[in-house]
Design a protein around this ligand. Structure first.
Ligand code: IPE
Ligand code: IPE
Ligand code: MG
Length: 258
């Protein structure tokens, strides 16, 4: 496989719903938490793969807005696992050139976790090999709401004319606005849904689903996803002929494409 990041065959930005930890454990008659622990190991498989093939940005859905509603002991154990993973993994990720960022509603986390998140971001801020975005306490609806609130603040302060609000302005306020939109979305665990992940950002992302449960993730599965992605024709609402002449990543200004 090519490792040229400029190749249109390799997604620049991969977004992943890491699903199936609970079922993986239940099939082994083990508590769900064992699945989450195994899932944490699979994160490294995914990051290694991205570094290996030259993917520029990886966004992992680690914990959704709705996941706060799970049983208290599962949420508590996930928080412990999350904090432990941050304490354990960040130095190595830093050494390998990974820049870490968190997206989501941070205020809902305990102070110890928030402090670790901020420290990881600061420590890795200068890295450029892979942009790793961890969506934690994240929901696509929350994201659009916080972007709307930011625009409303500008309107209220007299800095913004409501008539000037367009897709570009709102799009600049949602999470990951500085990155190209995800080219490829992968969900493990067999369910074919978005589950409130990046609702705005996935508008023209290629979707790929696998029955593989997250803790079983391997390089072969990821290679299959990339091979499928490479065979797709992305049209962004245009005709096949127009799309063939387009830059990878799609039209920058669709309204100007005639
Ligand atoms: C994904 O695995 C991890 C989180 C949502 C935190 P699940 O815990 O949702 O696993 P299943 O879907 O129940 O198997
Ligand atoms: C989506 O998985 C969230 C994460 C993987 C973090 P869920 O397991 O929460 O989604 P549903 O409940 O199957 O839609
Ligand atoms: Mg699930």
């Amino acid at each position: 496989m090519s490792s040229d990041p400029a190749s249109p065959r390799i997604p620049r930005h991969l977004a992943v719903i890491m699903d199936g930890n609970g079922r993986w454990a239940q099939r082994r008659r083990r508590p769900r938490m064992i699945g989450h622990r195994a899932g944490a190991r699979a994160v490294n498989v995914c990051i290694d793969f991205c570094l290996d093939v030259g993917i520029e940005a990886l966004t992992l859905f680690a914990f959704s807005s709705e996941n706060w509603g799970r049983p208290e002991d599962e949420v508590g154990a996930l928080m412990k696992l999350f904090l432990g993973a941050l304490e354990r993994e960040v130095d190595e990720l830093d050494r390998r050139g990974v820049r870490i960022r968190f997206i989501g509603e941070r205020d809902r986390f305990a102070e110890a976790i928030r402090a670790r998140m901020a420290a990881s971001e600061t420590q890795t801020a200068g890295n450029t090999r892979l942009q790793l975005n961890i969506a934690a306490s994240y929901g696509g609806r929350w994201d659009i709401v916080q972007a709307t609130r930011a625009l409303a603040r500008d309107v209220a302060a007299g800095r913004l004319d409501p008539e000037a609000i367009d897709e570009a302005l709102l799009g600049a306020r949602v999470a990951l606005a500085d990155l190209p939109a995800p080219d490829l979305f992968i969900r493990t665990g067999g369910d074919m849904r978005i589950s409130n992940f990046l609702l705005w950002q996935l508008a023209y992302t290629e979707l790929w689903f696998t029955e593989t449960l997250w803790p079983e993730l391997d390089t072969a599965t990821l290679r299959r996803a990339l091979a499928d992605y490479a065979s797709r024709e992305r049209r962004f609402g245009l005709t096949g002929e127009q799309a063939a002449g387009m830059q990878p990543g799609g039209p920058t200004k669709p309204e100007n494409n005639e």
